[in-house]
Design a binder for this molecule. Structure first.
Ligand code: COA
Length: 184
């Protein structure tokens, strides 16, 4: 049976291990998790399957005026053009599900919880996902009526060099994966 709970310290090692497998070594750090617990604008949900940790989903709310702190000026232009009347933007950050629990609709429900939360706050929602055939996340977002707003070439290139993380798709930095900016 599937259930959802808030993210707590108890799940640190589960989340870090899953993040390493799903996104690459060092992509998500303990410091990032500490920020999630201490910042009220950051939200995190854990999925449990028969009480076993099955996956997680993180998102944050930012003021539209503060988007420059998170994205390049080109991306900010695209976001503002698509959400001209929203003062608040929900940035969907990471969603991952443990391999043996995939294809059960867990990510779809995790995304659904965040989408409802954002709608209640009247926030536009955006997400950056891998632009590759194997990326299921794009399909999960399409089911929640997200649209592709832009393609971002080599999106993680500089970030992977600065933070020195290995990409789950292309390996050692620099990451050369392309991304899609999606929104609803
Ligand atoms: C992307 C990811 C989170 C999806 O998790 P998931 O829980 O397997 O996703 P869902 O089960 O909601 O949807 C996946 C597929 O299962 C199908 N599905 C949903 N419920 C189902 C069920 N009850 N029975 C069978 N299949 C089902 C969905 O239809 C979907 O397939 P489709 O898109 O081809 O139609 C997971 O693959 C993952 O962790 N990947 C690595 C990390 C990653 O890529 N994250 C996104 C970064 S951009």
């Amino acid at each position: 049976m599937l259930s959802f709970s808030n993210f707590t310290r108890q799940y640190y090692s589960d989340v870090l291990l899953l993040a390493e497998n799903a996104f690459g070594a060092n992509y998500l750090t303990e410091n990032d998790l500490n920020n999630y617990l201490s910042n009220s604008h950051q939200h995190s949900r854990i999925a449990l399957f028969n009480h076993d940790f099955a996956g997680f989903s993180f998102y944050r709310f930012v003021k539209s005026d503060d988007l420059d702190d998170y994205f390049s000026s080109d991306s900010v232009k695209v976001i503002k053009a698509n959400f001209p009347n929203h003062e608040l933007i929900c940035i969907r950050q990471q969603t991952a599900v443990i391999e043996k629990f995939r294809n059960k609709g867990i990510a779809e429900q995790l995304v659904g919880i965040g989408v409802e939360d954002a709608k209640q706050k009247n926030a536009g929602i955006i997400s950056i996902v891998w632009n590759s055939d194997g990326c299921m996340m794009k399909n999960v977002l399409l089911k929640h009526n997200f649209k592709v707003l832009a393609e971002l070439k080599n999106y993680w290139y500089a970030d992977s060099l600065t933070k020195k993380y290995d990409c789950a798709v292309c390996g050692k930095p620099p990451c050369c994966c392309n991304a899609l900016l999606m929104g609803v």
